[in-house]
Ligand binder design. Structure first.
Ligand SMILES: *Cc1c(COP(=O)(O)O)cnc(C)c1O
Length: 425
């Protein structure tokens, strides 16, 4: 068959889009070329249901070595004693945890989606809100997690699992405080570190592992690996709710989690993605990754300062991590309008509900801005001021096509300083 030019031309077009724009979607990043090469490899041809040494297919001896390396490297990254690298995504990782720990109808407690939480933390639109009885905590007027509300709801409803972690929250978490109330009511704590995982791996944010029973993450956000999910434990333990394996045996949590991923909710693992995860984990173990994490935080703080100096209203007044949430109501703009207008200038970010938003999730009053991808491109604190200058110019002239076209050209010229995948020509 002839080369599929339709698709490869589109992939080149996507490469150009990534090269010429400023990527500020907080959940995105640019992997190394090695990660992409491992992912685009022959390992995609292999079926390997099961786990290393216990597969349902022959010919798994090589992918066994790949998956074992991925697990060993990941355990080293987070000082964990057990890890599962098979979840196809962050949502799948959370699904497996619920399946391993809970029965349908059990109560869970998570951060409200409209306050920065994630769909899989109990949203009625998601399996987590349909199969479990979900309760929520929010943030205070200052934009900080309302731990008092969390504790009050936990004591009143006695959920079996408390979920901490968020998709649009710019501050660190008090894992110890959440564990204390969980112990009072006999609940498990799941930390979903999908967003800040890379900063935690670099030792730059609070470590959830000693306080949270189970930790899940994506691998494609601040961890800068391929698109995927992971589940980890630092300390293994016995399921406190008497959940048994399919044969009726009591098992350790690590065994229940393995069974929940496969055969519980997935078939064959994506061994090509697992190979790419292993490459990314080795990159995280390299000392240069800590410098990357430090630059991410420095850039986020420089960007937050630049926005504040231009009169933008940041939720919680700033950031501890890689992102910030901006309420645009004092600028008379919606999140939707801001996202669509910035897109035209090749500045990519997403509209986002702000706490206590009065607009629908399709419109929203805010934007979420993150720096992990731009930091990977090589932008530093001084560049953040330039970027905020571009954003402000576009937003202040949102209906002026000439200004927007001008900024688009400026953005393209500016980003030429930061080559992306030069090896690809
Ligand atoms: C991104 C994210 C996920 C889901 O990841 P997918 O890979 O898109 O399924 C889960 N939890 C949180 C907190 C996230 O931010």
């Amino acid at each position: 068959m002839q080369k599929d030019t339709a698709i490869f031309n589109l992939l080149n077009k996507e490469l150009d889009r990534q090269r010429n724009g400023i990527e500020l979607i907080a959940s995105e990043n640019f992997t190394s070329l090695q990660v992409i090469q491992a992912m685009g490899s022959v390992a995609t041809n292999k079926y390997a249901e099961g786990y290393p040494g216990k597969r349902y297919y022959g010919g798994c001896e090589v992918v066994d070595e790949i998956e074992t390396l991925a697990i060993e490297r990941l355990k080293k990254v987070f000082n964990a004693s057990w890890a599962n690298v098979q979840p196809h995504s962050g949502a799948q990782a959370n699904t497996a945890v619920f399946l391993a720990c809970l029965k349908p109808g059990d109560k869970i407690l998570g951060l409200d989606l409209s306050m920065g939480g994630h769909l899989t933390h109990g949203s009625p639109a998601n399996f987590s809100g349909k199969n479990y009885q979900a309760f929520f905590y929010g943030v205070t007027k200052d934009g900080l997690v309302d731990y008092e509300q969390l504790e009050k709801t936990a004591r009143a409803e006695k959920p079996k699992m408390i979920i901490c972690g968020a998709s649009a929250y710019s501050r660190d978490w008090d894992y110890k405080r959440i564990r204390a109330v969980a112990d009072e009511i006999g609940a498990l704590v799941l930390a979903d570190i999908a967003h800040p995982a890379g900063l935690i791996a670099a030792g730059l944010l609070n470590d959830p592992f000693d306080h949270c029973h189970i930790v899940t993450s994506t691998t494609h956000k601040t961890l800068r690996g391929p698109r995927g999910g992971i589940i980890m434990l630092r300390h293994d333990f016995e399921n406190p709710f008497g959940i048994k394996d399919p044969k009726g045996n009591i098992r350790s949590m690590s065994q229940l989690l393995d069974l929940a991923v496969f055969p519980g909710m997935q078939g064959g693992p994506l061994e090509h993605v697992i190979a790419a995860k292993a490459v990314a984990f080795a990159e995280i173990l390299d000392p240069s990754f800590k410098a990357y994490g430090q630059q991410v935080i420095a850039n986020a703080q420089a960007m937050a300062k630049a926005f504040v100096s231009k009169g933008y209203n940041l939720i919680s007044s700033g950031t501890d991590n890689h992102l910030m949430l901006i309420d645009l109501r004092n600028k008379n703009l919606t999140g939707k309008k801001a996202q669509e207008t910035l897109d035209k200038a090749h500045i990519t970010l997403n509209k986002n509900a702000v706490p206590f938003d009065d607009k629908s999730p399709f419109v929203t009053s805010g934007i979420r801005v993150g720096v992990p991808a731009a930091t990977t491109r090589g932008l530093n604190e001084a560049h953040m001021e330039t970027v905020v200058g571009f954003i402000d110019k576009v937003l202040m002239h949102a209906d002026d096509a000439t200004v927007i076209e001008g900024v688009k050209e400026e953005v393209k010229a500016f980003m030429q300083q930061f080559p992306l995948y030069p090896e690809l020509g």
